[in-house]
Design a protein around this ligand. Structure first.
Ligand SMILES: [Zn+2]
Length: 381
């Protein structure tokens, strides 16, 4: 078990200098610490996820201030999708809205606690603007979560900013709270899968339009996610070797001439993002084959964290072995930049190397190349 009270990593600085990248984290949950933490941590770049309406601007600010260290990712997490309405005009009342997106139907007392919902289309505008502003921004954290239940308090799950040092004050409960939640504090109410899907699809359209990678959250939804994505790329195939040669600079795909329609022109964006990261992947090892079939017109990466994946024991090792070497990423998934985040990343790097039978240096190089290919689409930047 990871010891949050003794969070020191033991990787030599020569290894950190090779470049270790955090593929998925949430340090804007404790925004005030970020600047000081970046001075002391050795993580080369942090891929920072936005999750809800109020942290998009924090991720934007962080990326603007520290462009060398931060790759921003903008998106709306499935845990908060009930706060969005998808209709063109606002619902007549928040009660009607929440009754239509939550299951089972909550009583009025619970709905009293929830804020007025915001329109999905207004969020998509914010997302689009951020994606246009930051040329390497990803879309995320997005996805489907079929096990998540709303907190009894009706409040969003978030972390208080505190002034104590993160290496001594974080209990593992708090640290894990972001992912597991304290079940005693949870209500029985879930967000309907169809509603989550609608919000996910709207965001995938933005990622596709701007050809950006996506960071995807999936809990008890691995089959569902595969279905959603594969429907988007049905009818598209990988380019032939000759086409590949012609269009070396960017991955482009050719639409298969299905119903006698015309082939897609090169400038039309595809209806799906070309690079996908399944973050803290907790699905079965068998499914990895589906996602990494070399005939798919997408490159799917799998990212792993100590926080989520180390709970799975032996299954985690099987999953790691099943992931092709060039599709593996590491992440902290942590909500605060600092020594703990760095130690979590060092732990997962060491664990991955051990299971894969890689020397640390070799493993760090492979993981670095994978991260650059996932984020930038190339290892040449
Ligand atoms: Zn996350």
């Amino acid at each position: 078990m990871f010891d949050f009270n003794a969070a020191e990593d033991d990787l030599p600085s020569s290894i950190w200098q090779l470049g270790i990248y955090d593929a998925h984290c949430h340090p804007t949950d404790n925004y005030k610490r970020l600047a000081a933490a970046l001075d002391i941590i050795h993580i080369s770049k942090l891929t920072i996820m936005a999750t809800r309406l109020d942290d998009q601007v924090k991720v934007h600010d962080a990326a603007t201030q520290y462009p060398e260290r931060i790759v921003p990712s903008f998106g709306y997490h499935p845990w908060f999708t009930h706060l969005l309405y998808t209709s063109q005009s606002p619902p007549e009342s928040k009660y009607l809205h929440y009754r239509s997106v939550l299951l089972p139907e909550p009583p009025k007392e619970f709905l009293d606690l929830l804020p007025d919902p915001v329109s999905l289309s207004s969020f998509i505008e914010i997302l689009t603007e951020n994606i246009e502003t930051h040329k390497h921004a990803l879309v995320g954290e997005i996805g489907i979560d079929r096990s998540f239940r709303l907190p009894k308090s009706g409040k969003l799950i978030s972390f208080e900013e505190s002034d104590t040092d993160d290496s001594s004050s974080i209990s593992s409960d708090v640290a894990n709270g972001h992912n597991s939640g304290d079940t005693k504090k949870l209500s029985p109410y879930r967000v309907k899968q169809e509603h989550q899907t609608e919000v996910l699809l709207a965001q995938l359209r933005v990622a596709a339009k701007f050809r950006r990678p996506v960071s995807v959250h999936g809990v008890q939804a691995h089959g569902v996610l595969y279905e959603i994505f594969s429907q988007l790329w049905t009818g598209y195939s990988i380019p032939t070797r000759r086409q590949k040669k012609k269009e070396k600079e960017e991955q482009k795909f050719v639409k298969v001439d299905m119903e006698g329609g015309t082939a897609q022109s090169d400038n039309d964006p595809l209806p799906f993002p070309g690079r996908i990261c399944l973050h803290s992947y907790s699905g079965p090892p068998d499914q990895i084959k589906l996602w990494t079939n070399r005939k798919l017109p997408v490159t799917v990466y799998f990212s792993f964290s100590i926080l989520v994946n180390s709970r799975y024991g032996d299954k985690f090792k099987q999953v790691l072995r099943a992931v092709p070497d060039d599709r593996l990423l590491v992440e902290s998934d942590f909500h605060m930049a600092g020594k703990t985040m760095q130690a979590l990343l060092a732990e997962i790097v060491k664990f991955v190397c051990e299971v894969k039978g890689w020397e640390i240096e070799q493993g760090v190089r492979i993981l670095g190349t994978n991260w650059r290919r996932f984020v930038y689409g190339t290892d040449d930047l």
